[in-house]
Design a protein around this ligand. Structure first.
Ligand code: PLP
Length: 414
C-alpha cells in the first residue's frame, strides 16, 4: 500500500543519467519536455529486453518456468511496484494489454445498465478513445448517446469542477450507472480530487472508473483507500515503458471474487488449474482474473525495468520534486511572460501535476508559430488542437536548468 511514507528529498533530474536523451539540432541533447506524451527510454530497458531475447534463445520453451524471470509469472515482477505507485494492494493490480482494451474489459464487467440507471457520466472534451469506448459500450447495450451519455461541461474558467459532479449525482444519481473520469485531464493538465469524486459516487450508488493515463507516475494515487471501483492506465507516458507499452489495470478488492459477466481468456483462469485445460472458466482472484492472453514478455521487460526506477526514487519524493520543478516553470512564466502566455492549468499545487498547458494570448496562429520555432530550437513539447502547447518537466530526468532554458527561449522567440 502506498502509505504517505516519508522519503528523502530528491533533486529534479536526479535520475537523468539513467535515461537516453534524444538528440536536438546539431547533435545536442533535445530539451525534452514531453514525458506527458512519451516518457524517455530508461537505459536499463534495452538490457531487460536483451536478457529476455537471450533467455528465449538459450532456453526455448523452458523459459516459461526457469528461474526468477520465468515467463509464466513474469507480469508479477511489475505488480508490487505498480501497487505502490497507484496505492493498491497487490491483488488489485495487473499489468496487461493497452489502456483502451482494459477500459473495455472493465466496462463489460462494471457498466451494467439496469432499468432507469443506465447513464454514463464523462467530462466534455474527454480523450477521444474514452468517448469512443463509452459510445460503443452504450451501443452494445442498445442504448444511445443522446440520452445516456452525459458530458459534464467545464465552467467559464475552462476547468471541470468536482462540485458539479457532486451536484449532478445528487440530482440525477439514480439514473447513472457509471462515472468514468480522468485522474488528470489530458488537455488542461488539471488534477482532480479523486477521493472526493469517489465519495460522491459511493453516496449515489454509482460505479466509478478512472482513466489514469496522465496521472500514473505523475502524482501519488491511493486507489484502494479512495474506494475506486476500477482504473486503467497506459505505461508509455510518465511510466517511461516505451511506445505502446503494456498497460495496467486496477480492480478494487471488494470485487476480488467478481462473478458477473466478463470477457474471459485462459490467462485469467485460476493459476492452479489453468493447465488442466478444462472447458470451464474459473476466474483468478482479483485483477488477474481479467487477463486474457499470456503476456508479451519482450514488451513487458521495459515496464519492469522502468518500474525499478520508481521503486528507487519513490513516488512521494518524485511528487515533491515535481511540485518544485513545475512550480518554478509556472512562476517564471508568470513573472516574465504573463502578457504573452496564459497558463490554463490550475496553479494551485494540488490541482496540477508535471504538465502545464499554455496558450499564446495573441491567438492560435501565433501559438502554432511559437510551437514550431521551439521545435526548430530543439524543444520537444506537444501541440493539442486547437491552440494548446503542453509542456511537462518530469522530475526523474528534467532539471531546473532546463526549465530556465525553456523560458528564456520562449522569451527570445516571442
Ligand atoms: C487520457 C487518455 N486516455 C486514453 C488514451 C488511449 O490510450 P491507448 O492508445 O494506450 O489505448 C490516451 C492516450 O494518450 C490518453 O491520453
Amino acid at each position: 500500500m502506498s502509505a504517505a511514507a516519508p522519503s528523502s528529498a530528491l533533486e529534479a533530474g536526479a535520475f537523468r543519467d539513467r535515461f537516453r536523451l534524444p538528440h536536438g539540432p546539431e547533435g545536442h541533447d533535445a530539451l525534452y519536455l514531453c514525458g506527458n506524451s512519451l516518457g524517455l527510454q530508461p537505459i536499463a530497458a534495452a538490457d531487460a529486453v536483451a536478457a529476455e531475447l537471450e533467455r528465449w534463445g538459450n532456453l526455448g520453451v523452458a523459459g516459461h518456468f526457469d528461474g526468477p524471470l520465468a515467463w509464466m509469472p513474469y507480469h508479477r515482477l511489475c505488480t508490487d511496484k505498480l501497487a505502490l505507485i497507484v496505492g493498491a494492494k497487490a491483488e488489485e493490480v495487473v499489468a496487461m494489454n493497452s489502456l483502451t482494451v482494459n477500459l473495455h474489459l472493465m466496462m463489460v464487467s462494471f457498466y451494467r445498465p439496469e432499468g432507469k440507471r443506465r447513464r454514463i457520466l464523462i467530462e466534455r472534451g474527454a480523450f477521444p478513445s474514452d468517448r469512443h469506448a463509452v459510445s460503443s459500450q452504450l451501443a452494445l447495450h442498445g442504448l444511445d448517446l443522446e440520452h445516456d451519455l452525459v458530458e459534464l461541461a467545464p465552467r467559464r474558467d475552462g476547468l471541470l469542477h468536482e462540485e458539479d459532479i457532486e451536484d449532478y449525482l445528487e440530482r440525477y444519481g439514480d439514473s447513472v450507472a457509471l462515472v468514468l473520469w480522468p485522474g488528470v485531464q489530458y488537455a488542461t493538465g488539471q488534477v482532480f480530487d479523486m477521493a472526493r469524486i469517489a465519495r460522491a459516487c459511493e453516496r449515489a450508488g454509482v460505479v466509478l472508473g478512472l482513466d489514469l493515463a496522465h496521472a500514473v507516475g505523475n502524482i501519488p494515487l491511493n486507489l484502494h483507500d479512495w474506494g475506486v471501483d476500477f482504473a486503467v492506465w497506459c505505461s508509455y507516458k510518465y511510466l517511461n515503458s516505451g511506445p505502446g507499452a503494456v498497460a495496467g489495470c486496477f480492480v478494487h478488492q471488494r470485487h476480488a471474487n467478481f462473478d458477473g459477466p466478463r470477457l474471459a481468456g485462459w490467462w485469467g483462469h485460476d493459476e492452479k488449474s489453468r493447465f488442466r485445460m478444462g472447458p470451464a472458466f474459473k476466474a483468478a482472484r482479483g485483477a488477474e482474473g481479467w487477463q486474457l492472453s499470456n503476456p508479451p514478455i519482450l514488451a513487458m521487460a521495459p515496464l519492469w525495468a522502468s518500474l525499478d526506477l520508481f521503486a528507487e526514487a519513490d513516488i512521494h519524493a518524485l511528487r515533491r520534486a515535481s511540485l518544485a520543478l513545475t512550480g518554478h516553470l509556472a512562476s517564471l512564466l508568470h513573472e516574465r511572460l504573463d502578457k504573452a502566455i496564459q497558463i490554463i492549468t490550475p496553479l494551485e499545487p494540488h490541482r496540477r501535476g508535471c504538465q502545464l498547458s499554455l496558450k499564446v494570448r495573441a491567438g492560435r496562429e501565433a501559438g502554432r508559430r511559437l510551437f514550431e520555432r521551439l521545435e526548430a530550437h530543439g524543444v520537444v513539447a506537444d501541440w493539442r488542437e486547437p491552440d494548446i502547447i503542453r509542456v511537462a518537466p518530469v522530475p526523474l530526468y528534467n532539471t531546473r536548468a532546463e526549465v530556465d532554458a525553456f523560458v528564456a527561449l520562449v522569451e527570445k522567440l516571442l
